[in-house]
Design a protein around this ligand. Structure first.
Ligand code: G3H
Ligand code: 13P
Ligand code: ZN
Length: 317
């Protein structure tokens, strides 16, 4: 059942985080739905501009609609990840998306406000909610690369002003995480001090954490042992930190890179161990199961596992 992102946030706020997982193909879609039903968790299916280009918006929509029928217990929202203005309008007008993200965080503050406000006006007229971003995460987002020196944490005063002026429904905050496999070195991690101040200034307001993959060391090692060449210093968010972020208003947690690592590990190991193989359905089957187990595991850490009955009750009222 497709629900609004707002409905999920209402149930989740300060109790658990809703996992927001990107999809690009059929195997990932099946694994995603299976893993969420397996762990009885509500979730958000995210579609990036890159995914729309790779798999075609209509094919992604058809995959999701088919999965909705195959997994009738699933409760989820459909979200545009890191949209630009043009893609946000397309998604709003399509009537398929529950929410869109307008990412104008690379623009000066006033320009970010103006762009976000235009999207909010158009989205709210159709009952769609809007996530915006303030502050700059490091790493690579779609086609924009932000080096660490230009990444900047979200300013709490600006966040309050931004939400007041735009009316956006949730805010992606820069609190030290970044996209991709190389987030932290040494003892770096999430800036909980900054998150706590933002939460204090914006009680009741849902915050979003991007760049939340944990980049497990074992995955990196297995990929490299099967012919990969990932930098062994790759490091992500400690999964146990999700439980600390939830009471501080983090209601949506975006995870993509870790799922890509699962895909890479499964396929590299399969073809290393089966060099004569060429039926891609064989590693595809393994991947669907592994991805489902991965999603169920993440939902445990996000504390969304087991919350489906509560969410069902709330959305059926
Ligand atoms: O933050 C970006 C997400 O990981 C989506 O990645 O733009 O390569 O599809 P993508
Ligand atoms: P990761 O690269 O850490 O998986 O972040 C994904 C993300 O933020 C998608 O918007
Ligand atoms: Zn992101």
């Amino acid at each position: 059942m497709i629900v609004t992102t707002a409905e999920l946030f209402n149930v989740a706020y300060e109790k658990f985080a809703v996992g927001a997982y990107n999809i690009n193909n059929m195997e990932q879609t099946i694994g995603l739905f299976r893993g969420n039903v397996q762990s009885q968790a509500p979730f958000i299916v995210q579609i990036s501009r890159g995914a729309r280009k790779y798999a075609e918006p209509l094919i992604l929509e058809a995959l999701i609609r088919a999965a909705e029928q195959i997994f009738p217990d699933a409760i989820f929202a459909v979200h545009l990840d890191h949209g630009d203005e043009e893609t946000c309008y397309k998604c709003i007008d399509s009537g398929f998306y529950s929410s869109v993200m307008i990412d104008a965080s690379h623009e000066p503050f006033d320009e970010n406000v103006a762009i976000t406000k235009r999207i909010v006006d158009r989205a709210h007229a159709k009952g769609i909610s809007v996530e915006a971003e303030l502050g700059m995460l490091g790493g690579v987002e779609e086609d924009i690369a932000v080096d660490e020196t230009h990444a900047s944490l979200t300013d709490p005063d600006q966040a309050v002003e931004f939400v007041e002026r735009t009316g956006c429904d949730s805010l992606a905050v820069a609190i030290g995480t970044s996209h991709g496999a190389y987030k932290f070195s040494g003892s770096q991690g999430i800036h909980f001090d900054r998150l706590a101040v933002i939460h204090e200034r914006m009680p009741g307001y849902p915050l979003v954490m991007h760049g939340s993959s944990s980049v497990p060391q074992t995955e990196v090692e297995r990929i490299n042992a099967a012919g990969g060449k990932l930098d062994p210093s790759a490091k992500g968010v400690d999964e146990n930190d999700f439980a600390k972020a939830v009471p501080l208003g983090v209601t949506k947690v975006n995870i993509d890179t870790d799922g890509r690592l699962v895909w890479t590990r499964v396929h590299r190991e399969f073809f290393r161990d089966t060099p004569e193989g060429f039926d891609f359905r064989k590693p595809g089957e393994i991947y669907k199961k592994e991805y489902a187990d991965f999603i169920a595991h993440k939902n445990g850490k996000l504390m969304s596992a087991g919350k489906l009955p509560e969410v069902r009750k709330a959305v059926q009222k």
